[in-house]
Write a protein that binds this ligand. Structure first.
Ligand code: ADP
Length: 157
C-alpha cells in the first residue's frame, strides 16, 4: 500500500511526526506532501518546510517528502497512492476533516482517507501555536524537534 500524507507542515510538529511514524508502519511507502496552497500565506517557504521534514524523517527508509500542486486527490492519483492519511486531534478537527474526506471521495472514489487519532499528549499541538510561542520567545521543546525550533526562533527573532 502507498499512502500519501498531505498537509501544510508550516512547520512540522511532534504531532505530525507521531502520525508519520505510525503511518509508515502501515504501508510500504509513505509520501509526505506539502501542498502548495495559494489561499494560505505560509511562514516558511515550501523548500524550508521540506528540508525540516526531511531532517526529521531521515531514519525512515520508506518515507519520501514531496511538494505538490493542484488538488491533493489528483496528486494522490499521480503518485499511485491507495490512501490519504490525516490526523485527528479533537472534535474540532472532525468537521473540517469530514468535509475534506467527503469531497475527496466525490472526486475519486478509489482513494480512501485513513484517519489516525493523535496521541493524547500531542492533541493540543499545532503549527500555529508553535509559531505564537516562537514569536514570544517561549520554550518550544515540547512542540517541535530542535532543528525546527532553531528555524522558528530564527524566523521570529
Ligand atoms: P492542513 O493545512 O492540511 O490542515 P496541517 O499541517 O495543519 O495541514 O495538518 C496536516 C494533517 O496533520 C491534518 O490532518 C492535521 O489534522 C494533522 N495534524 C496536525 N497537527 C496534529 C497533531 N498534533 N496530532 C495529530 N495530527 C495532527
Amino acid at each position: 500500500m502507498i499512502a500519501l500524507y498531505p498537509g501544510s507542515f508550516d512547520p512540522i510538529t511532534y504531532g505530525h511526526i507521531d502520525i508519520i511514524l505510525r503511518a509508515a508502519k502501515l504501508c510500504e511507502k509513505l509520501i509526505i506532501v506539502i501542498m502548495a496552497n495559494e489561499e494560505k500565506d505560509g511562514t516558511f517557504t515550501y523548500q524550508e518546510r521540506k528540508k525540516m521534514i526531511e531532517s526529521c524523517v531521515s531514519s525512515l527508509e520508506n518515507v519520501e517528502v514531496h511538494i505538490g500542486t493542484g488538488l491533493t486527490i489528483d496528486y494522490a492519483e499521480k503518485v499511485k497512492a491507495d490512501v490519504l492519511i490525516r490526523g485527528i486531534r479533537a472534535v474540532t478537527d472532525y468537521e473540517y476533516e469530514l468535509q475534506l474526506a467527503t469531497t475527496n471521495m466525490a472526486l475519486n472514489g478509489n482513494i480512501e482517507t485513513l484517519f489516525l487519532m493523535t496521541k493524547p499528549e500531542y492533541s493540543f499541538l499545532s503549527s500555529s501555536t508553535a509559531k505564537i510561542i516562537a514569536k514570544n520567545g517561549g520554550d518550544l521543546s515540547y512542540f517541535v524537534p530542535d532543528n525546527v525550533a532553531e528555524k522558528l526562533h530564527a524566523k521570529f527573532r
